[in-house]
Write a protein that binds this ligand. Structure first.
Ligand code: CU
Length: 258
């Protein structure tokens, strides 16, 4: 409670707004906003679970969205909390845009695509619900919005599973240099014979990887759980290789051609 002075000069007590001060429709829109923030938070935690790895920035963002969800739910009567939470949700989305665009462009790689697609859909719901609660929009619109978001998220997840399962694989042949990508790591060294040979990259992760020989025109795109083969013709030498997916900088090694 805050004590203040009324323009009439009388002492008055200004109290924090309660649910009694807002309409039922405003309260429901705020609940939908909190639910959207919770879904964004859970999809970020899902990325670390699917990667089977602690990714500090993802955990930090997941925790921030979780706290925003709790704040909007706990202080549903407070328009400032609802507005600031939606603004921060939008900013978080924009800050992660390069990673989101990468993931959304590769629907067959389940681990990146599904959490990113779900979090974008949920963030859109958060912003619409916040605006609706401000403008006092009819709460009857909340249900089709929530259902539409669920249907969109579900359809995108299903599309990703189908592409993951149905996608074609390349076969390794005798004499190929085989590289296994697992838990976001490449072996630090591999070797291949000089002249015509082939590099086979086996991706055991639910996330996409690439195999790039730096300084050479060699790049393999390897979707989640897939194997790709590329014929090369390399003279004797050392060739550094990397995965150039943003955030995968630790995936690097050296190919020895002898
Ligand atoms: Cu990678």
């Amino acid at each position: 409670m805050l004590r203040g002075t009324h323009p009439s000069g009388m002492q008055c007590v200004r109290r924090a707004p309660t649910l009694a001060d807002i309409s039922e429709s405003t309260r429901r829109w705020r609940m939908l906003e909190a639910a959207g923030l919770l879904v964004v938070s859970l999809s970020l935690f899902a990325i670390t679970a699917l990667a089977m790895e602690v990714i500090p920035p993802v955990i930090t963002f997941g925790t921030i969205y979780l706290l925003l969800a709790v704040a909007v739910w706990r202080f549903a009567a407070n328009r400032w909390v609802a507005g600031v939470a939606a603004g921060l949700a939008l900013l978080g989305l924009l800050a992660n845009l390069p990673f989101l665009m990468e993931d959304l462009a590769h629907p067959a790689s389940f681990g990146g695509f599904v959490p990113s697609a779900v979090s974008v859909v949920a963030a859109v719901v958060v912003v619409i619900a916040a605006i609706a609660s401000y403008r006092g929009m009819d709460v009857a619109l909340a249900q089709p919005l929530a259902r539409g978001a669920l249907a969109t998220g579900g359809a995108l997840a299903l599309l990703s599973v189908v592409l993951l399962v149905m996608g074609a694989n390349d076969e390794a042949q005798t004499g190929d240099a085989v590289v296994v990508a697992e838990k976001h790591h490449y072996p630090s060294t591999i070797s291949a014979p000089a002249g015509r040979s082939a590099i086979v990259v086996e991706n055991k992760d639910l996330f996409r990887h690439t195999f790039v020989l730096t300084g050479r025109d060699v790049k393999l795109e390897v979707p989640a759980m897939k194997t790709r083969r590329l014929e090369v013709d390399l003279p004797v030498g050392l060739y550094p290789y990397i995965c150039d997916v943003p955030g995968h900088e630790a995936m690097a090694g050296v190919l020895t051609v002898q």
